[in-house]
Write a protein that binds this ligand. Structure first.
Ligand SMILES: [Zn+2]
Ligand SMILES: [Zn+2]
Length: 320
């Protein structure tokens, strides 16, 4: 166990992973709650004790503004862990927990619990975040009612690389590499739609808790958000047998990288611009941190580098 810079990394225990996760049915759960936490460090150690004991893996962020988690749980422990988190505070009692059953792929290889300044970074000028002022929550039923309505605009609040591989039919993207940058651009980008109903969405709903507040601060009045994000929407469409208007894949922030929802392909190779079904990769040149999509042909040509420049860089290292 290591504790440094407010981050607790519990060394992955491969033996435990094999016993509890490999080829076994397990649950991936994600949830968040905005509420005031006076002592994040105390909560961190309280949570850690239980999670280590029950072989839970994943990522948990704690800040004074709340908690955000994405974890994998052995199947039979799910109910117990769900109740544990619901009981950490009065405010988490009714918190919504997104979950799915997984068997084939392992999502996490260790457990990291981190203390952050904010659970979703939104420090921008003149923005006071009041978590009670969020948009109106929409269920999948309502989403489907609004999707072909000309008075509604769907806005994707995820990063560009997430939108690239899948999104709601006809939705807008606000091109940005970080959420903060996106928030800054938001009022100007949506100026034309001020009189329309704006429906915001993200993977699990956490970002929209903030982006909807920001738009309301800027005088937008008809602000909605998909409750529980894309994940809950997909679940509800399956449960109630509704048509699904999310097309392509969902990017997930764990070892699975993405979940396929429909066969639609939106992603293009960065080098030749042709459509490809491949997932994001990191540039093979380790000094370049570029995350991108590349077709098989270009991957072979460029040795899985993002550019000729990067390919040359690794080649030069190789001949040294
Ligand atoms: Zn290509
Ligand atoms: Zn590169």
């Amino acid at each position: 166990m290591i504790y440094k810079k407010n981050c607790l990394v519990l060394n992955s225990n491969l033996k435990n992973i094999y016993q509890n996760y490999k080829n076994k049915k397990y649950i991936i759960a994600s949830f968040y709650k905005y509420f005031f936490i006076s002592n994040p460090e105390k909560l961190l150690f309280f949570i850690k004790k239980i999670l280590v004991k029950e072989n839970i893996l994943g990522r948990i962020y704690i800040s004074t503004e709340g908690i955000n988690a994405s974890i994998s749980i052995p199947y039979l422990k799910f109910k117990y862990i769900k109740n544990f988190f619901k009981n950490i505070n009065q405010k988490t009692k009714k918190m919504y927990i997104n979950y799915s059953i997984e068997k084939k792929q392992i999502a996490f290889f260790d457990l990291r619990i981190k203390i952050k300044k904010q659970i979703v970074s939104s420090k921008i000028k003149n923005f006071f975040f009041n978590n009670k002022n969020h948009g109106i929550y929409l269920t999948a039923h309502k989403v489907n009612k609004y999707i072909f309505n000309k008075d509604c605009v769907f806005v994707d609040m995820r990063n560009s690389y997430e939108y690239e591989i899948g999104h709601f039919y006809n939705s807008l993207t606000i091109p940005a590499n970080t959420f903060r940058e996106q928030l800054k651009k938001l009022p100007e980008s949506l100026k034309l739609y001020k009189k329309k109903k704006i429906i915001m969405y993200c993977t699990g709903g956490i970002r929209c808790e903030k982006s909807t507040v920001l738009l309301k601060n800027y005088g937008f009045s008809k602000i909605y958000q998909i409750h529980g994000g894309i994940l809950k929407y997909i679940k509800q469409t399956k449960k109630y047998n509704l048509p699904n208007y999310f097309q392509g894949k969902i990017f997930v922030f764990d070892a699975r990288l993405s979940i396929k929802i429909t066969n639609d392909i939106f992603s293009k190779c960065i080098n030749c611009n042709k459509y490809t079904n491949r997932l994001h990769i990191n540039c093979y040149n380790s000094s370049c941190n570029h995350l991108f999509i590349q077709c098989v042909f270009c991957s072979i040509q460029l040795s899985s580098c993002c550019s000729i420049h990067c390919k040359d860089t690794i080649y030069r290292q190789f001949i040294k």
